[in-house]
Design a protein around this ligand. Sequence first.
Ligand SMILES: Cc1cc2nc3c(=O)[nH]c(=O)nc-3n(C[C@H](O)[C@H](O)[C@H](O)COP(=O)(O)OP(=O)(O)OC[C@H]3O[C@@H](n4cnc5c(N)ncnc54)[C@H](O)[C@@H]3O)c2cc1C
Length: 363
Amino acid sequence: MTVLCLIETDAGGGGVDASMRALAVARGLAGSADEELAAAWFGPAEAVSPGELAAAGVGRAWAIGSAELSGYAPLAWARALAGLAADPVTGSAADPAAGPLGGSGWISAIVAAATDHGNEVLAHLGAITGLPMAANCVSAARIAPGKCRLVRQRWAGSLIEDAVLAAPVALLTVAADAVPADAVLADAVLAEVRPAAAGEPAGGGGDAEVSVEVYQPELADGDLTVLAAESADRRSGVSLASARVVVGGGRGVGGPDGFAVLEELAGLLGGVVGVSRVVTSEGWRPHRQQVGQTGTKITPELYLACGISGAIQHMAGCQGAKTIVAINTDSGAPIVTKADYAVIGDLHEVLPALVEAIKARRP
Ligand SMILES: Cc1cc2nc3c(=O)[nH]c(=O)nc-3n(C[C@H](O)[C@H](O)[C@H](O)COP(=O)(O)OP(=O)(O)OC[C@H]3O[C@@H](n4cnc5c(N)ncnc54)[C@H](O)[C@@H]3O)c2cc1C
């Protein structure tokens, strides 16, 4: 049996961090029952390197594509995954009457990151196949054929639920902060520095020759009714959910024009701007930049929270950050007690000084 993990790819190449974390949880699930780990993504075969896959423990991989699939199409992606899981060669369900995925019997679970895309695609897959789906898992283990024990986040992570999912094929998404950022990095670094075992290619973390097959899905009428040909996040190359550095701005920024210096700082640090809900409610920035319970969950190495009070709903989205630095005029603001470091001061003075200091250190 095989656990199949959907990898979302970055514009710059490779799997996004959230997917690599999902892959780590998928590997744990496969390992709990001595099963194989496989991966699939939408796009060209070279979008994810075989070394990256091998380091993550992937044995088989598929690049899914067709001329019609030129962008994100949730229902079409789900249909393609259902076809691949039914039969990786022809995509046709062997015997639709035999149950979900045609009773093909080679897939025990399909796992994706709990991103907007991952959750949406697996929800469609659940609807197509009639299988239950569990979102925001932080761990999963097989306890019996057709049964997985899960730990998953509810209520934006403020409640942790132990659950048993009974399903012939488990559909799971993995919470963004299920695996610490440094654990994902550690794996990748380990793959680079680990001495090769006898007969094993160096730096590959195992069989670096994972062969990637191309899978052409058969789509049904209406599968491409929703097709996002372009995404603003992707255009900039780094998405909020997978950024290593996020410069956050709240009401304290003062208005839309105040974000210029945050953009400049984010650019210098190779990161992106995130905002609080007040900022999106005021129409200063688009909702896709909102961090929090009703926005995006972020897991950067560094979160610089500027003029943000640190309301519980905001913290629900940024508590997975490895290091939080707050810049706030109020030493009693909740975020100051939750941050690793705090600068008590006016962001309109601190940020320009920080930008200048970084520029001065650059050649
Ligand atoms: C159901 C629900 C869901 C929600 N979901 C979210 C969510 O997803 N994300 C989210 O962010 N919020 C969410 N909220 C809103 C949340 O409760 C807060 O209202 C919001 O996060 C506050 O935004 P803020 O920190 O920017 O503003 P404020 O709370 O007004 O804080 C502004 C901060 O800026 C500081 N400041 C002011 N001027 C300066 C300056 N010049 N320099 C430095 N610091 C300065 C102040 O001291 C203050 O700490 C949700 C609320 C509800 C009820």
